[in-house]
Design a protein around this ligand. Structure first.
Ligand code: GLP
Length: 241
């Protein structure tokens, strides 16, 4: 695992953008995209470079979002599919039909995880998977206790995560209770994992993930089992390392 402590959020965004761009080869690439607030500065940097004509061509790029709420009306602005389109893929000119998330639509919830896993395999697997980390050490929506070998499936959110994510909604009551998420085993199948962590609220979780025991009680510790992981953190998030 390569852990790169940086001074600022801006440096995390710039170096993260370098890693993503390096994966985008002529002819395409498969990008795994996380939501949450942490990757947004990096997404803005990718868009800034693209708009200035500096980035690579995104022709032929396919994207997979990491997780998704279950139960939001289609097109809800806080759905992860809508968020990624608004913040990144629409702005990079990646067509909507080349961006896929785990979703009950259109066939329904039973089998949704398996369909998403099949689509990942059919696309050839993920070249670089962007990840954030939850304050309780969760990865995607794999909460503490998740199996380290899990694949994409339906999960129930903890109250802590619903509280954390209530800032994107009017109130905690509007935060869905259920989600579809890549499993920890799914995440480990990506060829390169890029974990971003910024802010003091992530310091304890990041230290546990990077230096603690590999354990389901800190789902992000599963990264220690992957041969190609880049962790970019700012000073505050790296304070416990
Ligand atoms: C959500 C997402 C995760 C994300 C986490 C941290 O729970 N499902 O993928 O890593 O929040 O979010 P933030 O970056 O806003 O702290």
């Amino acid at each position: 695992m390569e852990v790169v402590p940086l001074d600022s959020v801006e440096e995390v965004a710039a170096l993260g953008a370098d890693v993503v761009e390096a994966a985008v080869r002529p002819g395409g690439a498969v990008l795994g995209l996380a939501t949450g607030s942490t990757p947004l500065p990096m997404y803005r940097e990718l868009v800034r470079r693209h708009s200035a004509g500096l980035g690579p061509s995104y022709d032929g790029v396919r994207c997979f979002t990491l997780d998704e709420y279950v139960g939001l009306p289609p097109g809800h602005p806080e759905s992860y599919r809508a968020t990624i389109a608004r913040e990144l893929t629409d702005l990079l000119g990646i067509p909507a039909d080349r961006v896929q998330g785990p979703s009950p639509e259109p066939e329904g919830l039973p089998g949704a995880g398996e369909r998403y896993e099949e689509a990942l395999v059919a696309a050839g697997g993920i070249d670089v998977q962007v990840l954030g980390i939850g304050s309780d050490g969760h990865l995607a929506f794999n909460e503490p206790g998740s199996s380290l070998a899990s694949l994409t499936r339906l999960k129930t959110l903890t109250e802590e995560t619903r509280r954390d994510n209530a800032r994107f909604f009017g109130s905690i009551d509007e935060v869905p209770r259920h989600v579809l998420t890549q499993g920890l085993g799914t995440i480990l199948r990506a060829r390169h994992l890029l974990l971003l962590a910024t802010g003091a609220g992530k310091a304890a979780a990041l230290a546990a993930a990077v230096e603690g025991p590999v354990s389901a009680s800190c789902p992000a510790s599963v990264l220690q089992l992957h041969p190609h992981v880049t962790v970019l953190c700012d000073e505050a998030a790296g304070a416990g390392l």
